[in-house]
Design a protein around this ligand. Structure first.
Ligand SMILES: [Zn+2]
Length: 281
């Protein structure tokens, strides 16, 4: 029987019967592969350590018919810091589900794997605020999936560089307040996460939030999170725009995302008069 081995991250797990578990593993060369881990749920199971969500490991397996059966393997990186904090854990779980949605079996996923690994590492080490990591991941993942927004000024007049702009989500473009008015559309007063199914979604952006979105679509992956958004409003608008953007293009929400929001420790709410020191989650 021919054994194969591959490096990848566990992006989804689900149980089968009493003791077995299916793993969906994201690899660089083959996208997602499905592995059956037999006995991984029993305490003595040797495969237990590499059968956990967001574990990065070398997986050894063999094929029986169309099923790939996990034979063994060794962890490359376990990201221990993620499980130390519920917000980190919930964000990592959501990013895995999002990755699952945006990748396919048999389609190379080198960039997506790097994005996920960099994000899991940053979450695990607490290197950046979770809002920065989440927003950057969402927008970059959208861009990698072919939905890169056009962020060089207003799509109609080219202006608006220094002022407020709106991200026209479904058209993947920016819109300035003047052009918005000319086109008979009214500015949104408040943005709701529940509105993602609406065809006409506009996310308000400050110049700093626009600059952050622009940075995230173009920065090298190794420096993806290295940008500052010190003001509470800027960070809030950046995060809301990135989330709305990816959800609108995918066309549905995620239970793991709802869970992340529902249990998240409260972030300072943006407040234009008092909060000028910024938000650090
Ligand atoms: Zn314009």
């Amino acid at each position: 029987m021919q054994h194969e081995a591959v490096d990848g991250v566990v992006v989804r797990v689900w149980d089968k019967g009493e003791n077995d578990r299916y793993l969906s593993v994201l690899t660089a060369a083959h996208g997602r592969i499905l592995l059956l881990s037999k006995g991984s749920r029993s305490l003595r199971g040797e495969q237990r350590a590499i059968s956990q969500l967001y574990t990065y490991a070398n997986f050894e397996f063999y094929r029986r018919g169309t099923t790939c059966i996990l034979k063994g393997g060794s962890p490359i990186q376990i990201f221990y810091g993620i499980s130390e904090d519920l917000d980190r854990l919930n964000l990592a779980t959501y990013l895995c589900e999002l990755t699952c949605e945006l990748t396919d079996e048999g389609e190379e996923a080198q960039e997506m794997l790097r994005l996920l690994l960099n994000s899991l590492y940053a979450i695990s080490k607490g290197l950046y605020s979770l809002a920065i990591i989440k927003g950057a991941f969402e927008l970059r993942a959208a861009a990698m999936s072919g939905y890169a927004p056009e962020l060089d000024g207003c799509a109609f007049c080219g202006g608006g560089e220094d002022g407020e702009l709106y991200l026209d989500v479904m058209n993947g473009a920016l819109l300035c307040p003047d052009c918005l008015k000319k086109r008979g559309r009214s500015a949104p007063t408040a943005h709701s996460y529940d509105d993602v199914r609406e065809a006409d979604v506009l996310c308000p952006l400050t110049p700093a939030a626009t600059a952050a979105l622009r940075y995230v679509t173009a920065a090298p992956l190794s420096r993806l999170f290295s940008f500052g958004l010190s003001d509470g409003d800027d960070l809030h608008l950046f995060e809301a725009a990135a989330e709305t953007y990816i959800l609108s293009h995918i066309g549905h929400g995620f239970e793991t995302l709802n869970f992340y929001h529902a249990l998240k420790k409260p972030m300072k709410q943006p407040n234009r008069t008092k909060d000028t020191k910024g938000t650090k989650a």
